[in-house]
Structure formats: structure tokens, C-alpha cells
Design a binder for this molecule. Structure first.
Ligand code: QAP
Ligand code: CO
Length: 168
């Protein structure tokens, strides 16, 4: 397994729209294993392939307390969203050190394939629902800071570009 480099906002590559996975082969299984390692190593609860510069519809997540319940979503689609909304504090491995409130659907249904290619249907609420919506946004080229005001986003861009110039 290998730890992958995570793209940092405002890298324009984060705006790439991911394509469906055509075949779950050895390459995809290696990608999934490496993404899980990268997510656990970085203390993340979710990571989309977009963030490691692979533009295919693959997401890994683990919202469990003990960090021992990995979830893999290949070609995920949200099939239902509740009208009820919740506002939660979000962060992102591509936007280190920044956290802010974002409003999302409170509950969702998602269909996806697992790493064996088997179809799965997931009903989620709470943190998992928020995490799935956050990660599926990445696959569409969207980062959570785009939900914030222009003013906040500008400040975040400046801060992260400065951190990049100063070498982290
Ligand atoms: C998305 O984000 C998420 O800034 C996953 O220094 C986040 O795993 C969905 C992280 C919150 C719902 C709620 C961020 C780790 C991890 C940082 C993450 C950091 C270290 C973010
Ligand atoms: Co993210």
C-alpha cells in the first residue's frame, strides 16, 4: 500500500469532474487500498479520488468511533435527499486547518458498488449523510468552501496560498 499526495485547495485540479469507473480491476482495488491508507494516516473521515488527482467516481469513508468501519463507494449516486436540512461543521483534507458550517440534507439514500462490484444501497443521516454529500461534491469538482461567502473563501485562499509559499 502507499500513501498518496492530497491536492490542496485552491488547486484547480480539484475542480475536475470525475468519470464513472468502467471496471473494478486491480488498478481500482489498489487505488481503494491506497486511499484508505491515506485517509487513516491523515486522520480523515472521508476522501474522494479527486483529492488524490484520480478523476474517477471512487470514495472512501470511515465515520466510526474506533476507525475500523471502512466504507467504499464506487460510482455512487444520491437517489433521495430529505427536505430537512442540517448545518454541521465541516473540514477537508484538501483545505487543512479550516472548518466552517455548511447546510446539507439531513438524510439521504445512496446507491453505489462496493469493491467487489456488488450493488449496495445506503441510508444515512447525521455525520455519515454529511460526509457522503461532501465527498460526492468532490467528484463533481466542488469543494465545501464554495458554500461559504466570497469574503470567507477569499480569506481561506489567501491563507492556504501563503502556507504553500512558506512551505506548509
Ligand atoms: C469531510 O473531511 C467531512 O483540516 C471529510 O487539519 C468533514 O476527513 C465531512 C481533516 C467533516 C463531514 C464533516 C481536516 C484532518 C479531515 C483538517 C475530513 C485537518 C486534518 C477532514
Ligand atoms: Co473534502
Amino acid at each position: 500500500m502507499a500513501k498518496l499526495d492530497i491536492l490542496r485547495y485552491p488547486d484547480p485540479k480539484l475542480q475536475t469532474v470525475a468519470k464513472p469507473v468502467q471496471e473494478i480491476d486491480a488498478r481500482i482495488r489498489t487505488l481503494v487500498a491506497d486511499m484508505l491508507e491515506t485517509m487513516y494516516d491523515s486522520n480523515g473521515i472521508g476522501l474522494a479520488a479527486t483529492q488524490v488527482n484520480v478523476h474517477e467516481r471512487v470514495v472512501v469513508m470511515d465515520v466510526s468511533e474506533n476507525r475500523n468501519e471502512p466504507m467504499v463507494l464506487i460510482n455512487p449516486t444520491i437517489t433521495w435527499m430529505s427536505a430537512e436540512r442540517i448545518k454541521g461543521e465541516e473540514g477537508c483534507l484538501s483545505v487543512p486547518g479550516i472548518y466552517d458550517g455548511v447546510e446539507r440534507a439531513a438524510a439521504i439514500k445512496v446507491t453505489a458498488q462496493d469493491v467487489e462490484g456488488q450493488p449496495q444501497e445506503i441510508e444515512a443521516d447525521g455525520l455519515l449523510a454529511v460526509c457522503v454529500q461532501h465527498e460526492l461534491d468532490h467528484l463533481m469538482g466542488k469543494v465545501f468552501v464554495e458554500y461559504l461567502s466570497i469574503l470567507k473563501r477569499g480569506r481561506i485562499k489567501t491563507k492556504l496560498l501563503k502556507a504553500l509559499r512558506d512551505g506548509e
